[in-house]
Write a protein that binds this ligand. Sequence first.
Ligand code: UFG
Length: 340
Amino acid sequence: MLVTGGAGFIGSVTTLALLEAGHDVIVADDLSNSSKHAIDRVESLARESGAAGDLEFHELDARDDAALHDLFASGHITSVIHFAGLKAVGESVDKPLDYYRVNLGSTVSLVTAMRDHGVRDLVFSSSATVYGPEAQSPLREDAALSTSSPYGRTKLFIEQMLRDVAAAEPGWNIALLRYFNPIGAHPSGLIGEDPRGIPNNLMPYIMQVAVGRRDELVVFGDDYDTADGTCVRDYIHVLDLADGHVAALHAIDRFHGCQAVNLGTGTGHSVLEVLAAATAAVGKPLPFRLGARRPGDIAVTVADPSRAAALLGWSATRTLNDMCTDAWRWQSTNPFGYGD
Ligand code: UFG
């Protein structure tokens, strides 16, 4: 099978899970926001665990039609997981054309190559960002869709595009996996999240405070309508998310067209709860202050995960403490990530 973006945070952990489940995996990644070290570590972890699948890596941009054609022409690809893409909400507001070019362009090229080579099984990385602010948590897949950033719009447009593709021709099985807030790291401490520049997301920011790379966490708003006033999100361990992809792939024959599935736990945690759990995992106080709201944030985003349980036979099992312990193992042993 083909995994685009397989050197990234979620892609690398999922690639390892696929190898362990016995799949041969071809990773295509242009390394623009990821590290080849992640692939090397996946390879050695797979070897150590006696994984049955083989790993092959190609440094390529998923918009490169000729390179994609050559990959598919090898005849070994029967299904695809498409992770590759740009993913920073704030950056997408400043550079919308980059987001449309990369996220939409790569998907058009990839799906065209799939069609040309008779490959019809696709798992796509979507996001809970497609649920608009008016949708009520717990969010079901049939909630109203709308989104406020160019990044979110690329996910929404791609979802629509894939529905159109599936409607135009029979035979497609497409899973739109809507991720909630993936955090944590592989429990080995060898593969994890390595954002370039200042982290946008809560957990990598907290972890960089914990290793002394940042002075303090700023909590973005404590006057929301929640129990402690800070925003509530559905944090999911990246290992659970990876297992969700393996489950989606194994259930893909049941998709018959294009369907959306939430990957979340169904349980929400506030920013202060995450900070408290991270502080316990790290074992020392983590400096923070309460600051202003971040524009665009909504008070509560939590999944209704029942469709994933019914359709994929999958549900998340790991706790917030597991997420923080694993994130800290990764960050404390790799304070500067992969170091490239
Ligand atoms: N937060 C802080 N301080 C920080 C960073 C974040 O208080 O330094 C807070 C945010 O305000 C929010 C919570 O921590 O309340 C989580 O923020 P993240 O940026 O980690 O996650 P979001 O829920 O905002 O974003 C995630 C994904 C996006 C996706 C979005 C909407 O990272 O890709 O959900 O579904 F678009």
